[in-house]
Design a protein around this ligand. Structure first.
Ligand SMILES: [Zn+2]
Length: 416
């Protein structure tokens, strides 16, 4: 019985299924032709910190407890903001927000009882690696490259925007010119280094720059960014000696974390005196009177599906209609809505934006004329999901961890 192949998980942030399916860039096209492909569902809110936590832990927010890009931290009675925009980071306190995003998301906010894919594999004696993914919690302590920044626990091979580097690769600094894809270039450098040395059983190769372009130009205006994502994936393959040699050596799973949709209108969600945490196309209200807040949103054109709990059951409203069957119209609606509500860090009313609408963030920033995501609607919620050498692709991003862990455990039990 052959040893199970090492696995590379490629996450292209914000890549929509339709763009992936019609990609004419050579590397992504090659992978699509070699693999088993289907569209899969994201989680809710469909924003990156929540989605990456779902990919890493194999659960929705009821499992991992990361509720949104911005949320009210009841234990500490304060706002947590993971970077909706530069202005929002500054409005929430720049140093505090950077620490929340880089360190405390993993060290404090991520549920200790939720096992990450890195923890699962390394507890099985395998070597896990992560490049730039914001949900990285593992068993190995890593000291920051900048004095004064706290140490964190990541997988054995761990590279995070030049700030944590488990190995000296000679990669240039990550955050020099975001618009020209410098973060993905950093990932490519590190990825090449790791593949050349065969330095892992499992590697997450996370490419965030595509989402940045899609926010600016909308989900159909991203051809240039797609070419750069393609080149970043090609760099990994070249390090293995080319595309065929790469697939001889590795099993692959490629997906995005969420989709994107076009923003035509913006609004500031108003819930009277109750605290609103809004960003992109999702908002949460922290209120003791959820029904009154939800009913007051009936006439708000920006509010699409509105969720709250009452007497232990989920209530779903849209424009005055109240019916859980409203969730039949969106991908994996019932599971995603219920899990979002059952997160102890979530607001008591959750608002999925109407198609075309975006909620401005803490600093009033928005993506009017560009793209956004976060809602339960299809455009934000569907992702491409491709597997090569791993069986059928999972129907949800919450299935990614299980596919990877099972790949190693099934092979191990067959050889035992
Ligand atoms: Zn985004």
């Amino acid at each position: 019985m052959a040893e199970p192949k090492p696995v590379v998980l490629i996450v292209i942030d914000g890549l929509t299924p339709s763009v992936f399916e019609t990609a004419d860039t050579p590397t992504l096209r090659f992978l699509l032709e070699q693999g088993t492909y289907a569209r899969a569902a994201s989680t809710f809110p469909s924003v990156t910190p929540v989605c990456l936590a779902s990919i890493a832990t194999g659960g929705h927010p009821d499992v991992h407890h990361i509720p949104h890009l911005i949320w009210w931290y009841r234990d500490e009675q304060r706002i947590v903001e993971y970077g909706s925009s530069f202005g929002a980071l500054r409005a929430a306190g720049f140093a505090r927000s950077l620490r929340d995003t880089i360190v405390d998301l993993n060290a404090r906010h991520l549920n200790r009882d939720a096992e990450t894919v890195y923890e699962a594999l390394e507890d099985d004696g395998l070597t896990a690696g992560a490049i730039n993914i914001t949900c990285y919690r593992g068993r190995h302590r890593h000291i920051a490259t900048i004095p004064g920044v706290p140490a964190v626990n990541g997988p054995k091979r761990f590279f995070f925007y030049s700030l944590y580097e488990s190995d000296r690769t000679g990669a240039p600094i990550a955050v020099r010119n975001r618009a020209l894809g410098s973060i993905d270039s950093y990932a490519a450098w590190v990825g090449r280094w790791l593949v050349t040395r065969d330095g892992f059983d499992f590697l997450v190769y996370y490419l965030p720059d595509y989402d940045f372009a899609s926010h600016a130009y909308g989900p159909e205006g991203t051809q240039e960014a797609l070419r750069r994502s393609d080149a970043s994936v090609a760099a990994l393959m070249d390090a293995a000696g080319g595309a065929d040699a790469f697939l001889d050596r590795y099993a692959v799973i490629l997906c995005s974390d969420h989709g994107q949709s076009n923003v035509q209108r913006i609004a500031r969600l108003d819930a009277g005196d109750d605290l609103v945490t809004a960003s992109n196309r999702a908002a949460m209200v922290y209120t003791d009177t959820p029904r009154a807040v939800a009913e007051a949103l009936d006439g708000d054109p920006a509010a699409g599906i509105v969720l709250f709990q009452e007497d232990g059951r989920m209530v779903v409203r849209r424009d005055g209609d109240e019916d859980v069957a409203l969730l039949d119209a969106v991908p994996d609606g019932h599971a995603r809505a219920a899990a979002a509500l059952q997160n102890p860090n979530a607001g008591t009313v959750l608002v999925s934006a109407s198609p075309g609408w975006e909620f401005v963030d803490l600093a009033g920033r928005n993506h009017l004329g560009g793209g956004s995501h976060g809602s339960l609607e299809q455009g934000d919620s569907e992702v491409p999901m491709l597997t090569i050498g791993l069986g059928p692709p999972p129907a949800s991003i919450t299935g990614v961890k299980h596919v990877i862990v099972d790949h190693f455990r099934e092979k191990a039990s067959l050889t035992a």
